[in-house]
Design a protein. Sequence first.
Length: 449
Amino acid sequence: MSTMTSTMFQPELEAMDPKRLRALQGERLAALISRLKASHSPYWAAKLAGLEPGSIGSIEDLQRLPLTIKAELRDNFPFGMLAVPLADTVRVHASSGTRGKPTVVAYTAADIDLFAVLNARAIVASGGRREDVLHIAYGYGLFTGGLGVHFGGERLGATVVPASGGNPGLQVQLMADLGADGLACTPSFALLLAERAEADGLKERIQKKLRYGVFGAEPWSEAFRSKLEQAWEGLEAHDIYGLTEVMGPGVAAECRESRGSLHIFDDHFYPEVLDERGEPVPPGMPGELVLTTLTKEALPVIRYRTGDVTSFVAGPCACGRTSRRIARLSGRVDDMLVIRGINVYPSEIEAVLLDDRRVSGHYQIILDRRDALLELVVRAELAAPVGPDERAELLQSLAAGLKERLRLRVGVLVGEPGELLRQETGKAKRVWEVTSADDPLAALIDTAS
């Protein structure tokens, strides 16, 4: 086996000839539409009304199909979008439901098998091997992250440690005692674990073996990657992408040869990048990622608007994979902040803050809504103590950098090392709002420079 293909879990599929891949995508799309038309599902009957099963013959026909939005899953809660009888499913997962009803998705046995296989692909792309100890600190349960990567690690043949989230003291002790080669969790929790390992005197032991990280479930910038790799010396931090509505983690992943872009596993998930009107964006331009599940059985989606902003990356990858690549996500359509008429993504703020080595990886974005005119304040903390003159210079530098990047004035606060709240479970909360003088943050942000 060549070096190139030995870095893939399924080289015959991941490095498939592009023409053959295109044909396979068309075959799978046609089979999907035929199956959905025959499913006796009221949802799918309405969704595909007027479409003849045999009229879809190639992947180019995809644009004739309707788009799908998240509200459809909520409107058909819990099982109205199933394409198989509920008795044929073996598992359900769900989103957190922080913006309404949770998004519930179901899986057949074949879906679960595919879930494991694609996560194994992602782990191998990050540098994982079957002889590894893989420490998983994603949450388990209804959240797809923990179980998705867990079964991917087992499918690869790695020794999986299902640590789940929280309890950083126990986590780092397990990593040191069991000899973790890989770490899978949110990037913010990985940084917290590095701090705890340092505090507990375990960092050197862990770093002797820890080689790679599989980090996802929340947006993170290249600047955050640098902070994370500095915190865990010798670790390669890699991005994994997925969403509950499509499958969970394992939809796309970075490889070691092309960090900064992710391979979409497009023999199973066909990607488009569209503008707000639903039209394809010009090559290389940003837009909303839209995905079609070509092989999922229980709850497939057609042209699902993910809300994630990205762009296609052109050209072949040095790793030999022939799948389409997307740029790392720059934000979510619904996470965009509008500050005095200017569109701001949290990732832009993170990029400025974390580009300075004097700033730690923890920060808060605070929207001050006490007055009619919305104000933006950014609260960071020092990575290590500095003198008053350097602190003043840092505040000035960050304020100037944010103003240049965002094209608006931003208030800046920089606290002492360890001052900001650490979140031990779930996705890191980055954006906070102040709406009254009674809010504990109100008095603090009034001192922002």
